[in-house]
Design a protein around this ligand. Structure first.
Ligand SMILES: [Zn+2]
Ligand SMILES: [Zn+2]
Length: 314
């Protein structure tokens, strides 16, 4: 079937997204993507405290010990738009208690667990997010742009939206919000920088975006100017794009433009997705010249050495 073709997205594959992505994940597991180990940190993980996740925190912890991944950031979703699924879903107190108690339970196994959050950024809610974050401190904060009910990228809207529009016009609504998130200064890192490419398949393929790297320049410049980190998010490797968010050439371009802070996360929502593609993401960061990763443990930004740097060939 089409999805087996060199692991590239196929515009003719019109099965439901979940079905295609299950096959992408399985093919990746067969190719070894599920076997990341001996890496210092996975800084993007969801538990049952996220509406779209079903993983128990302790299950991630057991896998982390087994795979010698000694530090995790739990980053469940918090939304400010009342139409979004994580709006009012889990309280700050419940999320923090889960993570702090797990941290205490697992400390003697050599595992450090940080209390993070992934906030959905929308310009319209920036003031609300700012006020809330000031009152609710976290160890580590990811800001991400997600696809809302009325988004042009929703499955029911996207074909009509892309028709007759240029590639630049197609990605503009998403990238404009990402630029807002970067400039807000609210976030340690921007999650899955070009997540929109998942929703554009099959109308626009990752190869189309790869052919127009200039579309990323204003986004990368905003990150560099604001000092906000770029996340290399491995979840795209098990989703329709079959490549990280963003892809390796964009990570390298960020470095060329003066970007010095990358973070890395698997963005697992299920136990079996834990650390999936993490080694590939570390390798991309190393190839782009990142000797260390950016992270935060509640106070100042810290550097976590990238063990793959200088080892893995480009
Ligand atoms: Zn996200
Ligand atoms: Zn996430």
């Amino acid at each position: 079937m089409s999805h087996r073709h060199q692991g590239l997205p196929d515009a003719a594959d019109t099965r439901p997204r979940a079905e295609v992505e299950r096959d992408v994940w399985r093919a990746g597991v067969a190719a070894g993507l599920g076997d990341s180990r001996d890496l210092p940190l996975d800084s993007h993980l969801h538990t049952v405290r996220s509406p779209d996740a079903n993983a128990m925190l302790d299950a991630y912890c057991a896998l982390a010990v087994e795979r010698r991944i000694p530090e995790l950031a739990i980053t469940d979703h918090v939304d400010f738009d009342p139409t979004m699924p994580a709006y009012g879903y889990a309280s700050f107190a419940d999320r923090e208690r889960d993570v702090r108690e797990a941290a205490a339970r697992w400390a003697d196994r050599g595992l450090a667990i940080r209390f993070g959050v992934e906030i959905t950024y929308e310009r319209a809610f920036e003031a609300d997010i700012r006020g809330w974050l000031a009152r609710h401190p976290h160890d580590y904060v990811i800001g991400s742009v997600h696809i809302s009910e009325d988004s042009p990228y929703k499955a029911s809207n996207v074909a009509r939206f892309v028709a007759g529009r240029s590639l630049g016009e197609i990605v503009a609504p998403y990238f404009d919000e990402v630029i807002g998130a970067a400039r807000s200064g609210l976030f340690d890192t921007i999650g899955h920088l070009d997540f929109v490419k998942r929703y554009l398949v099959p109308h626009v393929l990752p190869a189309d975006l790869a052919g127009a790297p200039e579309l990323y320049e204003p986004v990368l410049a905003a990150l560099v100017e604001a000092g906000t980190a770029l996340e290399v998010n491995a979840s795209g490797l098990r989703q329709l794009p079959r490549e990280t968010y963003p892809s390796a050439p964009i990570v390298a371009r960020y470095r060329e433009l003066g970007g010095r802070h990358v973070t890395i996360g698997s963005d697992a929502h299920r136990t079996e997705w834990f650390a999936y593609g993490l080694a590939q993401a570390y390798g991309q960061a190393a190839s782009a010249g990142f000797e260390s990763l950016a992270f935060r443990r509640g106070a100042e930004r810290v550097a976590v050495l990238n063990p793959v740097y200088g080892i893995r060939p480009t």
